[in-house]
Write a protein that binds this ligand. Sequence first.
Ligand code: AMP
Ligand code: ZN
Length: 137
Amino acid sequence: MSECIFCKIINGEIPSYKVYEDDHVYAFLDITQGTRGHTLLIPKNHIPNVYELDEETAHHVFKAVPKVAKAIKKAFNPIGLNIINNNDRPLQSVYHFHVHLIPRYEHDGVSISSIDHSNDYSESDFKAVQDAIKQAF
Ligand code: AMP
Ligand code: ZN
């Protein structure tokens, strides 16, 4: 029997607030409700993270993302919606691949931003970064 908490949710061994399910994916409310409607979308097969996500499972999960996003938008009319996927420590706390859908509201107190470091990068810095990733495929 799996020790994975999300596998247990899929199997009905522990409760969840399910909002959507098909043959391949399961979506349910994140227990923290970072914002009203914060939802997790997961594949039904146990895959720990994006590095082990096969293309077929990725297809099933990401095919469902707009469906769930549109339902959240229709339900709560947020001003926007963040889609986040955390991989590895210290970002990831549950090692069953999951996509966070986080509807955003005025003054919701959530801060998801990146810092602009572009001034620190010369043309050759950009090219070095580009090459490092391109050569890693
Ligand atoms: P992450 O940090 O990306 O791994 O996110 C894992 C998420 O799973 C967190 O936002 C938790 O609130 C959520 N979570 C953990 N256990 C449960 C549970 N039993 N039901 C719903 N959400 C959960
Ligand atoms: Zn699992």
